[in-house]
Every structure is written in structure tokens, then in C-alpha cells.
Design a protein around this ligand. Structure first.
Ligand SMILES: O=c1nc2n(C[C@H](O)[C@H](O)[C@H](O)CO)c3cc(O)ccc3cc-2c(=O)[nH]1
Ligand SMILES: C[C@H]1O[C@@H](n2cnc3c(N)ncnc32)[C@H](O)[C@@H]1O
Ligand code: MET
Ligand code: SF4
Length: 364
């Protein structure tokens, strides 16, 4: 049995009352106003390691012990260099949650490189990204305070998908994600003033009340700390490990509208344009299309290619709204209250990367 992941927990049942859930369950797309613009970011996806202590049954990203990959420094540098050359602004570090003791080889390799944990190595990876002219956005799953503190100042923003507050079969067993632990991470990030991305995964066994509760829990986190910059409403997609259907358009329309009503206006509602037809959601309150990559695959959903920016523009045109590029951290967080000196320096520096970052900010 793996040891339970340490760190704070927040019980979602205590955070959200039934009346709020009832009210959100009554929301329909007719209740929301369409946004007047769409934003997106250009990124590279850097899959630091495919080793993971969890085994979410919808996920093909993780590899079992003995088969997991670990990028070395030159791999990381090369991906980032290509991204910067292609005009990207973001290095998205998405990888397995804190690999446990089953992954002996990985820990031996990290040790031989001088790192105690994957979190220590993430700090190095973020430094490489900055050095190559990209802003890091790390998505490392559950975090303790010490782990967040070890990397927060080298990230423009960070994120963890809540997925759902519900207890579902996809997260069952000793290697299942614990919603209270995910909420604990989101809360910690708020306490530490980290601009944060989170979201829900739709269609993994949760019901409508669970969706409402999950969105209301995220809203409660934002009420506490003001740090939620965007909420991703993501449909689960079929793959070799998950044969359940993807949610249909009607479901996605209703859940996006629910997100728009649950969250305050300063929180963006994002849908991933490679996983669903975003055109069908423009009137339900989305205002962001997330990160797309001209260079790398979406390693979590590798069968779903990123659309080109021209395609995003066609989506925006179809809805009669503007399309604006943004940095991984949303504009309203680009100040010294939210960002560390190393990140602000990178944005303000008189070098090609700084110019690229400021040009994107100026366009917004
Ligand atoms: O689970 C997450 N996925 C994040 N994603 C990934 C994306 O939304 C999808 O979850 C994956 O690409 C899977 O299809 C991002 C993608 C971007 O291009 C830019 C930022 C993010 C941020 C997150 C994040 O914080 N958490
Ligand atoms: C990086 C994020 O990708 C999402 N994720 C994991 N597996 C799938 C899938 N089959 N379909 C869609 N999203 C998925 C989870 O929400 C995770 O947090
Ligand atoms: C590839 S999944 C994304 C990162 C992390 N393992 C999580 O589930 O939050
Ligand atoms: S979704 Fe993240 S936590 Fe779950 S198995 Fe995949 S990599 Fe691990």
C-alpha cells in the first residue's frame, strides 16, 4: 500500500451547502451572457516524468514502474528552445504526481543527478525554461506547502485540476486521487499567492450535483484568496484505458454555463479546443481556449492534435468575438503583488524573450 500523500485536506461537503448546489443545478445556457472575447496562450508541453503515484482509470499519461520516462536537462532545454523559437511564451510542466517508492530507477537517476525528489528537479526545469525564454506554468498534482514553496517563485502561474469533488470509481483504491487533498493544494496555492489554474473533468462518473459542488468549491477557494485565474471545463476523452463515452454537446453546454454562473466574472472559463468543438460553447460563457502548442503534442490526449492559431481565429470569428493571445498568467495577475521578482524580471528584461512577453501583454 502506498503511503497517503501528505498535505492539507479540505472536505468539499463542508465548503459548499446544498442550496448552492440546487441553484447551480437549475442553470441553463440561456442564463449566461456570451463573452466578448476569447484568449489563448502559445505553449510547449514538457512531460517531466510519466511516473505517477496515482492510477486514474481515464489516464493514459502515466506509465507503470520500470516503463516510466524522465526527461533529462538537455531534453527539457531542447523542447523549451524550440518553443521560444516558435514564438511560445509558456513551458507547461504537466507530469505524474509525486512518484512513490515503486519507481526505484527514477529515484536512483534523480539522486545521481543531485536531486532528492521530482519537486527539486522541477525547480531546475523551471530555471531552464526561464533561461530559454519561456514562462513556467507547472501542473504537478497534489502539493505540500514545502513543495509549493520550492517552485512557486520560478512559476508565472501554477495549476491542478480538481477533477471532481465526488467519490468515483475512476479514483477508487489506494492509488486514487482524493478530492479533499486536491482542494487542500488549491487552498495552499491561494495562501501563498500563486495565480492558479484549476478545473473539472466531465464524464468520469460524477453526476450533476457533483459538477455543481465541484464548481462551487472552486468558487469558494477564489472567494478566500482571489487566486483562481481560470477554470478549465474539460470533457474526458476515450482512450486505451477509458472506454466510457465523452460528454455530449448538450452536457458540455450546461456544465459550462454552470461554471460561468458559479464563478465570479474575474475568473476565466476555459475549454480545450482540441477536445471538443469550442464553437458550440461560445454562447455559454467561455472566454478562453487555453494553451495550444505549435511544437509539441498534448501528451495527455495525444490522439487530439492542437488546432493551429488560424483555426482558433475562425472559432472566434464564428462567434463575432476577438481573439487575443495571453501569457500563461492572465494579465490581471501581472504585478508585484502576485508575481515574484524572477518572473517580473523575465517579463521586463530587455531581451528577445522579454520583448515577446511584453508584446503579448500589450496585445491583450
Ligand atoms: O490539469 C491542468 N491542465 C492544464 N492544462 C492542460 C490542458 O487543459 C489539458 O488538461 C491537457 O492538455 C489534457 O488534454 C493547461 C494547458 C495549457 O496549455 C496551459 C495551461 C494549462 C494549465 C493546466 C493546469 O494548470 N492544470
Ligand atoms: C492534465 C489533466 O488532463 C486530464 N485528463 C486525464 N485523462 C484525460 C482524458 N482521458 N480525457 C480528458 N482529460 C484527461 C485530467 O483532468 C488531468 O488533470
Ligand atoms: C497528467 S495529469 C496532470 C498532472 C497531475 N498528475 C494531475 O493529475 O494533476
Ligand atoms: S491524471 Fe495525473 S494523477 Fe491521474 S494517473 Fe494521470 S498523471 Fe497520474
Amino acid at each position: 500500500m502506498p503511503a497517503t500523500r501528505p498535505g492539507p485536506r479540505i472536505d468539499p461537503e463542508r465548503l459548499v451547502d446544498d442550496r448552492t448546489v440546487d441553484a447551480l443545478c437549475a442553470v441553463s445556457p440561456d442564463d449566461v451572457a456570451p463573452a466578448d472575447r476569447l484568449t489563448f496562450a502559445r505553449n510547449v508541453f514538457v512531460p517531466l516524468t510519466t511516473a505517477c503515484r496515482y492510477t486514474c482509470t481515464y489516464c493514459t499519461f502515466y506509465d507503470p514502474p520500470g516503463q516510466a520516462t524522465l526527461l533529462d536537462e538537455s531534453d527539457i532545454r531542447e523542447i523549451c528552445r524550440q518553443g521560444a523559437e516558435a514564438g511560445c511564451t509558456e513551458a507547461l510542466f504537466t507530469f505524474g504526481d509525486d512518484p512513490d517508492e515503486r519507481y526505484g530507477d527514477l529515484h536512483a537517476t534523480l539522486d545521481s543527478w543531485g536531486y532528492e525528489t521530482i519537486h527539486d528537479y522541477l525547480r531546475r526545469a523551471c530555471a531552464i525554461a526561464l533561461d530559454e525564454g519561456l514562462l513556467p506554468h507547472a501542473n504537478p498534482g497534489d502539493q505540500t506547502r514545502a513543495e509549493l514553496a520550492a517552485v512557486a517563485d520560478l512559476n508565472a502561474s501554477m495549476g491542478v485540476m480538481l477533477e471532481t469533488t465526488a467519490r468515483i470509481r475512476a479514483h477508487d483504491g489506494p492509488r486514487g486521487k482524493v478530492p479533499a487533498r486536491r482542494l487542500g493544494t488549491i487552498d495552499l496555492a491561494g495562501e501563498m499567492g500563486v495565480p492558479f489554474t484549476t478545473g473539472i473533468l466531465v464524464g468520469i462518473g460524477e453526476d450533476w450535483r457533483d459538477r455543481a459542488r465541484s464548481l462551487a468549491a472552486i468558487a469558494a477557494m477564489h472567494d478566500r484568496h482571489g487566486h483562481i485565474q481560470e477554470v478549465i471545463v474539460q470533457p474526458v476523452r476515450e482512450n486505451d484505458r477509458w472506454s466510457g463515452a465523452t460528454p455530449n454537446s448538450e452536457t458540455m453546454r450546461r456544465v459550462v454555463a454552470m461554471a460561468r454562473v458559479a464563478l465570479s466574472e474575474d475568473v476565466s472559463v476555459q475549454v480545450p479546443p482540441n477536445l471538443l468543438p469550442a464553437e458550440e460553447l461560445l454562447d455559454c460563457g467561455i472566454d478562453d481556449l487555453g494553451g495550444v502548442s505549435p511544437v509539441t503534442d498534448d501528451h495527455v490526449n495525444p490522439d487530439h492534435a492542437w488546432p493551429a492559431v488560424d483555426r482558433l481565429r475562425a472559432i472566434a470569428d464564428a462567434g463575432g468575438v476577438s481573439l487575443d493571445e495571453r501569457l500563461p498568467v492572465h494579465d490581471r495577475y501581472v504585478d508585484s503583488e502576485w508575481l515574484s521578482d524572477p518572473i517580473l524580471d523575465a517579463i521586463e528584461r530587455d531581451d528577445p524573450a522579454g520583448e515577446r512577453f511584453r508584446a503579448v501583454l500589450g496585445r491583450d
